[in-house]
Design a protein around this ligand. Structure first.
Ligand SMILES: Cc1cc2nc3c(=O)[nH]c(=O)nc-3n(C[C@H](O)[C@H](O)[C@H](O)COP(=O)(O)O)c2cc1C
Length: 473
């Protein structure tokens, strides 16, 4: 049965041993970020839990972190499946079988309603993530709801929000994001963009919020299909938008047209600070929230992180399908490596059929999205893309640099890529977007000698009687 809300989901995670409650008092302005970093450093993905910080110094609201993607296992639980393959099947089904949301009148998210000057988001326990570098606290897990003013289609997206005052935040919305188009369409008519921001909801809302999909799709309908039941929506108090009825916290307001303010810098998913720049801002008119609300945050910044986990899971499967099913290229597997923020560094294994197929493959991958595979490495299908040593081995011995390296210039780069421009160059400066990319063909191009390993059957015999050698207990 679908998770009702974030609370119900947290209980499910706890029952599966995938959530820990931190009872010790923690300081949101330095300690939560450091604990979350150590969580990723010290605990392997398989054992890594999500966290609820129950005792945040100076606040009565708990902070929830890692619940959507402290690991791929947790992502699977969020989608009520048991494996990464199950996640992919759920996404496939949901994208082609959306379930429209249902409008309800009564909603837990209306248990408390504050208007105008009574709104004070500084009372929320919003952590500082890159202490000493970020200008202050940022919302890292907002589900930002806007509507296309022309089509009326609803969009949900996650875009960082800098707290600028009790009822004002900044936004960093990438130029190609759906909400950016909504803002531009409203601005063309000098109209403000109504915005609702949800913090904390059932996990299906979070997964659609961070995932790219056709702008013709209502993302709440996709969330409904992911959870197997319609999402209950309720009308906002002050703007013509609807929000999930069981949301923990909702902010309602507007982005004024053609007004920009300095935003950032912010510790980014690349592992470096993202630069400051002039960005739209959000004036909050109303805040509604449940009794005893939970504050939810994504763990991002230096990979590996919750952010790189979610991005990887959400991107690898659509890219795999694009290459295999749409372009019919016989790839075996692919991996967007987390060190590259699950975007910059792509490894693909290919059952190569003819010379030149690697070129077809690299252009196929790049055509899916400009940001994927700034470094693209293609290996033969006997190399496991998840085995770093095997990939390095292929890179070392299957590549002749004078022949097997392709560089493509004058392409659109990822604006947050720190190799594009010095840190002082603002976020939307053109130099951040004019880039290049590299493909390395690490497949074998001629007949290779035999591999210098004992025969497989000898290794199997020794493995089956390993203890008898007395080397390991
Ligand atoms: C933790 C996290 C933080 C993100 N922050 C931003 C951000 O600040 N700005 C942005 O444009 N995209 C950000 N993204 C990526 C978008 O959420 C993602 O591209 C999503 O598809 C955007 O929604 P849209 O496709 O409906 O526009 C973030 C993703 C994650 C997982």
């Amino acid at each position: 049965m679908a998770y009702r809300d974030l609370r119900n989901y947290i209980t499910a995670l706890e029952k599966k041993g995938k959530l820990k409650r931190v009872k010790k008092e923690v300081d949101k302005d330095w300690e939560i970020a450091a604990v979350c970093r150590q969580l990723f450093k010290k605990i392997s993905p398989h054992n890594r839990p999500a966290l609820v910080f129950e005792n945040v110094k100076g606040f009565s609201i708990p902070v929830v972190a890692g619940v959507l993607g402290a690991s791929r296992n947790i992502y699977a639980i969020g989608l009520e499946t048991d494996s990464v393959e199950g996640i992919n099947r759920k996404w496939d089904y949901a994208l082609s079988n959306p379930i429209p949301p249902r409008l309800v009148k009564e909603a837990p998210c209306k248990e408390n309603i504050l208007h105008g000057d009574d709104v004070d988001i500084t009372k929320l326990p919003v952590p500082i993530w890159t202490v000493g570098e970020d200008p202050g606290p940022f919302f890292t897990s907002p589900y930002v709801i806007t509507k296309d003013p022309e089509t009326g289609v609803c969009n949900v997206g996650t875009y960082r929000m800098e707290i600028k005052g009790p009822n004002k935040t900044g936004f960093l919305i990438g130029m190609r994001q759906d909400a950016a188009w909504h803002i531009r369409k409203n601005e063309a008519q000098n109209k403000p963009t109504p915005v609702a921001v949800v913090i904390g909801a059932d996990p299906s809302i979070g997964y659609v919020s961070v995932s790219k999909m056709s702008d013709a799709l209502d993302e709440f309908a996709v969330a409904g299909a992911l959870r197997g039941e319609p999402v209950d929506l309720v009308r906002c108090e002050t703007i013509p938008l609807e929000v999930p009825a069981t949301a923990e916290i909702v902010l309602e307001g507007e982005i004024p047209p053609n007004c920009l303010e300095r935003e950032g810098p912010f510790g980014e998913y690349t592992g470096y600070m993202g630069p400051a720049g002039d960005q739209p801002f959000f004036n909050i008119k109303c805040m509604t929230f449940r009794n005893k609300p939970l504050y939810q945050a994504f763990i991002s910044q230096m990979p590996p992180s919750e952010s790189s986990c979610i991005r990887g899971v959400g991107r690898e499967w659509p890219l795999f399908k694009h290459l295999k099913d749409t372009l019919h290229i016989p790839i075996k597997d692919l991996r967007l490596k987390e060190a590259g923020g699950s975007g910059a560094y792509l490894v693909i294994s290919l059952k190569k059929q003819f010379d030149g197929q690697v070129r077809q493959l690299m252009y196929g991958a790049w055509s899916m999205r400009t940001g994927f595979g700034k470094i693209t490495l293609v290996v033969d299908d006997d190399i496991d893309v998840w085995d770093d040593f095997a990939v390095d081995w292929a890179l070392s011995w299957h590549v002749r640099p004078d022949r097997d390296i392709y560089i493509e210039k004058d392409i659109q780069a990822v604006g947050l890529d720190p190799s594009q421009a010095p840190a002082s160059v603002p976020q939307h400066h053109p130099s951040r977007y004019h880039g290049s990319r590299l493909a390395i063909d690490a497949t074998r191009k001629h007949e290779y000698p035999a591999i210098s390993l004992p025969p497989k059957e000898h290794l199997a015999i020794v493995a089956s009687q390993w203890k008898t050698y007395g080397i390991e207990d």
